[in-house]
Write a protein that binds this ligand. Structure first.
Ligand code: C2O
Ligand code: CU
Length: 473
């Protein structure tokens, strides 16, 4: 594997002109971690209604520097956190005040395909798109971002990213006071051009990499902690960069992309490729400064960082500053989720997806081609075979997955070069013979360059329709 990774790094470096920047420490006074506000919601006939406005704005990440950004208003960068409970009917209206067409995808959500916000649900400038569905999945840290075909990296890079937290109808005894002991940690990386704008030119074979980490849009942030336990909901919203994160205090993994683990698991660190989430609970001691760090990792070739060139991705991401006296948090429950794990049944349908440079099974994305047809509610075995010298990750819309033999619920899985990952995939319950869902690499440049396929979920006995590649809505 070491040799393969080295080869991957070489490919990355050969393909890039500007080089892959290692992370740098920004020399300015630490700032308090920004907490994205909860999206205001209204009730309309028993439904929870949220309005989002995607618009350009200006942000100040670095002292004395103004950076043009895009955000979901009221935020100039990022987006408000949407929070809803299982069983609720939600309506989200997205108005596009950007200079071009966008879409808004609910990453990790199980919902009808025409509400998914993928490339088939374009929102023209000035238009408002309404998505409505019933939340019907276990508690999880989901997120939303644009998905216009060929332009996802650019839209996300300019700042369009928000969290969508799903709470269970049966509450679990985990810290849940938003912004107090239940804290969003959205990691992303940017480089800045001389005029203060985001540098969109520093790209290598994996995509756009920055040298500066923003946590919820804050550079070098700290968080004042008032409780003995704090739950961090970490999202890797970077276009291309992967992280291995670790905390220098006892840390317990409680959840991954698609929901909570059956029981808490102490972990030394967690690797997150773009799009993945981890919920960890950190145990704090009064007055003892604790740091969430980025460390070097085996997927180093993802970032194209050559260690020999002095870059190793080591950086303090977030400082936790516990007060001298802390409010005692309840002990972690022994059981977090009673959800039945997926099982491999004899005769389950198996599909294979072979990953190569910007292709899946040798194909580039075609908006008018249906690549797979699935049955609602089916459980299948999917094999992701990476024959490429670069790592990729695979994100499946609508479905929930478990890598064989692992209890963690996933919607995005990393596939290192030269390896195969086998996952059980549970298809969602919604059928639609004409609107597809997406399956793609979440290294956004790869997705934009065609590393994406489409699948329809069609009820048994019905025929898939021809799809047009134009808007469905
Ligand atoms: Cu987070 Cu299809 O994307
Ligand atoms: Cu990829």
């Amino acid at each position: 594997l070491g040799a393969t990774l080295a080869a991957g790094a070489a490919v990355g470096l050969a393909a890039c002109s500007a080089g892959a920047p290692p992370l740098r420490e920004v020399r300015q006074a630490g700032r308090p971690l920004a907490i994205p506000p909860l999206a205001p919601t209204r009730r309309e006939g028993g439904r929870r209604v949220v309005e989002l406005v995607a618009a350009p704005g200006e942000s100040a990440f670095l002292d004395g520097v103004v950076t043009p950004t895009w955000g979901y208003g009221p935020m100039a960068f990022g987006g408000p956190t949407i929070r809803a409970r299982r069983g609720e009917d939600v309506v989200v209206r997205v108005t596009n005040r950007l200079p071009g067409t966008t879409t808004t995808h609910w990453h990790g959500m199980t919902l009808p395909a025409r509400m998914d916000g993928g490339p088939h649900q374009p929102i023209a400038p000035g238009a408002t798109w309404e998505a409505s569905w019933r939340i019907d999945q276990p508690a999880a840290t989901l997120w939303y971002h644009p998905h216009p075909h060929g332009r996802t990296e650019r839209h996300v890079h300019r700042g369009l990213t928000g969290l969508f937290l799903v709470d269970d109808d049966v509450p679990v005894d985990l810290p849940d006071r938003y912004g107090v002991d239940d804290v969003p940690v959205v990691l992303t990386d940017r480089s800045f051009a001389a005029d203060g704008s985001f540098d969109e030119s520093r790209r290598n074979a994996v995509g756009l990499l920055g040298d500066t980490v923003l946590v919820n849009g804050t550079v070098a942030p700290y968080l004042d902690v008032r409780t003995t336990r704090v739950r961090l909901r970490v999202l890797n919203a970077s276009p291309a960069r992967s992280y291995r994160i670790a905390v220098d205090a006892p840390t317990t993994l409680v959840g991954t992309d698609g929901g909570l683990l059956p029981s808490p698991r102490e972990v030394p660190d967690v690797v997150l490729t773009p799009g993945e989430r981890a919920e960890v609970v950190v145990q704090c001691s009064p007055g003892r400064r604790t740091v969430l760090r980025s460390l070097p990792h085996d997927l180093g070739a993802v970032n194209g960082v050559a260690r020999a060139a002095g870059g190793d991705d080591t950086l303090d991401l977030l400082e936790l500053r516990p007060a001298g006296r802390l409010e005692r948090s309840p002990a972690l429950p022994a059981v977090l989720s009673r959800e039945t794990p997926l099982r491999e049944r004899a005769g389950a349908r198996t599909r294979r997806f072979v990953l190569s440079s910007n292709r899946i099974n040798g194909l580039a994305m075609d908006m008018t081609r249906v690549d797979e047809v699935l049955e609602p509610g089916a459980t299948e075995v999917w094999e992701f075979v990476n024959r490429h010298t670069l790592p990729h990750n695979l994100h499946v819309h609508d479905a929930r997955m478990q890598v064989l033999g692992e209890p963690a619920w996933k919607d995005t899985v990393a596939v290192a070069p030269g390896t195969t990952v086998r996952a059980l995939v549970r298809v969602g319950p919604y059928a639609d013979p004409e609107v597809p869902y997406m399956l793609h690499c979440h290294l956004l440049r790869h997705e934009d360059d065609g590393m994406m396929l489409q699948f329809l979920v069609v009820a048994p006995g019905r025929r898939p329709a021809a799809i047009t590649g134009h808007g469905h809505g």
